[in-house]
Design a protein around this ligand. Structure first.
Ligand code: F6R
Ligand code: MG
Ligand code: MG
Length: 363
C-alpha cells in the first residue's frame, strides 16, 4: 500500500526561554492528532519534541503537500499556541508567521519533511530532528549515509546499493534545484553542498527513483524578512535493503561536526546526538542537538519509537561535542565561533556603524 510520512514541526513557545517544549503543548497536540486519526485523516501519529520544537510525525494516504494534512497540522500549532500563550511560554506562536492558513504549510513558518512510497514487506524509517541549527545541518550526514563508503559499507559490499544514489540539492537563495548522481558526480556536488547553509540536500533517491531521504529546507529568516529563530530542521530516512542499514544511517552522528546555529542563531557549534529527554539546549542555548527516532511501519501504523541516541555508544560523541563546545566558546565574540557578518541572525552592525560613521577616517 502507498503511505505518506509527514513530519511537520514548529516552535510555538519555549519552556523555559528557548530551551524546551512544555508538556501541556505536547498533550494538546496529541489530542488534536488523535481526533484527526479518529476522523480517518491520519493512519497514525507520534507527537514528540526536540528542544523547543513541537514535532508532529504522521502517516496517511493523502500524498505530499496535501492541503487537509497541512491545515490540520497548522490548526494543531494554533491550538498549542493558545496553550503556550496562557502559560506565557517564551515566544508563543514564534514560527507561525501568518494569521491564516493558505493551502500549504510551506512558506508559513513551520518546517516539513514528507515522503510518499509503497510500503515494503518491512519498512524501517528513522526520523532525525535537530534544534538550534539550520537545514544545511543534514548535508554532511546525508552525504556520509548515501555516498561515503567509510561510513556506509553497503555502498561497497551490498549489491542493491553499489550503483549509488541521486541527491536533490536546493539553492535556497535563488529558489532553484539540481540533481547529482553519486558516486560519479561527488566532486561537483561537494562544491555546492559543502556550502550547506545555501545548498541544503532536499532529498535522496535510488537510481530507479525510489525516495530514500527527505528533509525540511525552509529558511525562516528569508520567509519573515527578519530573524525569527533558526530553522531547526527534520529529516526522514528509509533504511535497510536498498537503503542504508539503520546503523549506517546513525553512524554520521558518532562524529560531531560543526553546524550553524547555537546562541542567537549566530554561532558555529557541534551537533550533539541526544535522547529526546536530553534534547533541551542548555549551555549558551545549546550546543545544537539532534535526536533520532526509529519506527517500523505496519500498514502505515508507526510501530515505535526507538530513541536511538539514548544509548551508551553515543556517550563518546557527546563527550567530544562537549569538548568541541569548550573549544568554540573560548573564541567568545570572535569568528570562527561567531558566524561571518552576512550569516549572523542578529547584528548590531548597522546601528553601531551609523553611530560611528563620522569618526571613520580614510587610511
Ligand atoms: C537560537 C535561539 C536562542 C535565542 C536567544 C535570544 O536559535 O533560539 O539562542 O536566539 O535565547 O532569544 P530572544 O531574542 O528571543 O531573547
Ligand atoms: Mg524558540
Ligand atoms: Mg528550536
Amino acid at each position: 500500500m502507498k503511505v505518506t510520512v509527514s513530519v511537520i514541526k514548529a516552535d510555538i513557545g519555549g519552556f523555559v526561554g528557548h530551551s524546551d517544549a512544555h508538556p501541556d503543548c505536547l498533550c494538546t497536540a496529541d489530542s488534536a492528532l488523535a481526533r484527526a486519526k479518529e476522523k480517518g485523516l491520519l493512519i497514525d501519529y507520534h507527537v514528540t519534541k526536540c528542544g523547543d520544537d513541537l514535532q508532529l510525525i504522521m502517516t496517511h494516504q493523502k500524498g505530499e503537500n496535501n492541503g487537509d494534512i497541512h491545515e490540520m497540522a497548522w490548526d494543531t500549532f494554533v491550538e498549542c499556541t493558545e496553550v503556550a500563550k496562557k502559560l506565557k511560554l517564551y515566544g508563543a506562536g514564534q514560527d507561525l508567521l501568518t494569521d491564516a492558513f493558505s493551502g500549504n504549510i510551506k512558506g508559513m513558518g513551520p518546517g516539513a519533511a514528507e515522503m510518499e512510497f509503497e510500503e515494503r514487506v518491512s519498512e524501517p524509517i528513522v526520523v532525525f530532528m535537530a534544534d538550534k541549527t539550520s537545514s544545511g545541518a543534514w548535508n554532511m550526514p546525508l552525504y556520509k549515509m548515501f555516498a561515503d563508503p567509510f561510513n556506509t559499507i553497503g555502498l561497497v559490499i551490498a549489491e542493491n546499493m553499489h550503483q549509488g544514489f541521486k541527491f536533490e540539492v536546493h539553492d535556497v537563495k535563488e529558489s532553484k534545484k539540481i540533481t547529482f548522481k553519486t558516486p560519479e558526480e561527488i566532486y561537483d556536488m561537494l562544491v555546492f553542498i559543502g556550502a550547506a547553509n545555501r545548498y541544503p540536500v532536499k532529498a535522496v533517491y535510488t537510481l530507479s527513483g525510489e525516495i530514500a531521504a527527505s528533509s525540511s529546507t525552509q529558511k525562516l529568516a528569508f520567509l519573515a524578512g527578519r530573524y525569527v529563530g533558526k530553522d531547526d530542521p527534520v529529516c526522514i530516512v528509509r533504511c535497510q535493503g536498498a537503503f542504508p542499514a539503520v546503523g549506517e544511517a546513525l553512524e554520521p552522528f558518532a562524529k560531531p561536526y560543526l553546524v550553524e546555529g547555537w546562541m542567537r542563531g549566530s554561532h558555529y557549534g557541534p551537533l550533539m546526538p541526544v535522547s529526546v529527554a536530553q534534547s533541551q539546549p542548555t549551555r549558551f542555548d545549546g550546543p545544537p542537538r539532534v535526536t533520532a527516532l526509529g519506527f517500523q511501519l505496519s500498514e502505515g501504523r508507526l510501530v515505535g519509537p526507538r530513541d536511538f541516541f539514548a544509548d551508551v555508544s553515543y556517550d563518546q560523541a557527546r563527550q567530544k561535542a562537549n569538548d568541541m563546545a569548550y573549544m568554540m566558546r573560548e573564541h567568545g565574540p570572535f569568528e570562527p565561533h561567531r558566524l561571518p557578518l552576512d550569516e549572523m541572525e542578529y547584528t548590531t552592525m548597522p546601528q553601531v556603524s551609523r553611530k560611528l560613521e563620522s569618526r571613520f577616517e580614510a587610511i
